[in-house]
Design a protein around this ligand. Sequence first.
Ligand code: AMP
Length: 289
Amino acid sequence: MLIFAKIKDLEAFLLEQKAKARTIGFVPTMGALHQGHLSLIESAKKACDICVCSIFVNPNQFNDKEDLKKYPRTPEADIALLEGAQCDVLFMPSVDEVYPEAIHTKYNFGYLDSILEGAHRPGHFNGVAQVVRRLFEIVQPHKAFFGSKDYQQVMVVKSLVQQLQMPINIVACPILREPDGVAMSSRNTLLSPNERKLAGHIPVWMKHAAAMIRSGKSIAQTKQYINAEVIKHKDMNLDYFEICNANDLKILDDSSPCHSRIALIALFVGKIRLIDNINIDEFESPQLN
Ligand code: AMP
């Protein structure tokens, strides 16, 4: 695997590859890699000739500076995992390389930025858009691969490439889960053993909530169920739980008919904020096993 820290070196390599008509698949990450990330690498390798992964902990998308400080960083282990996955290129730039000067660009994602993660993490998606745009301009991939765990992020990135008219195909990939159903996440490594055990409730509650909705229970009843479960655990705090239209993330109530529903949750386990989602009307989807 080739490892680049400098934009000009990466660009020179990619120019050569594009001259040979090779297609580029791109997987942007913040490192502390796990099998979820590697599944994106696998998808990129299948779909494209060259797979480029980036590891960059983007300060601009952290609205909480403490969260940025404690974000896990495991570069040696990441390199070993990417080598094992036969990733072709790793781009690991410094903050100064990515942002030689401060970026103040403001993006408008309208409704999408006003709900769920947008509402609870002000400025987060603007920071995501800044780094994704920058990385897309550097790598200029044919396809870029994102995980559906960050469901709203995929929609924001799709909106970004549409707004900027970038010729990049955004591919959403299924959520990979631990054996107990917990969505894989770099943040899981920050949980204490007891908190990690508590996190195991999340996929159980989400499956149950999806089953409630499918069996005709009201959204209010389903929200009550989630609230009641979370409240039983003093180390868990609910940020949000919503049932949305999976196509546009419009928040649903019982009067809104919809046949493509998704339940999304964000909650704190101790000090660690976790997110998850489940597609309600495609229960047999690869999201859950
Ligand atoms: P991150 O390093 O957390 O910024 O994630 C980088 C990419 O990996 C994003 O597109 C995430 O949605 C994706 N990702 C993170 N966790 C998972 C998972 N459990 N399954 C699939 N993709 C994931």
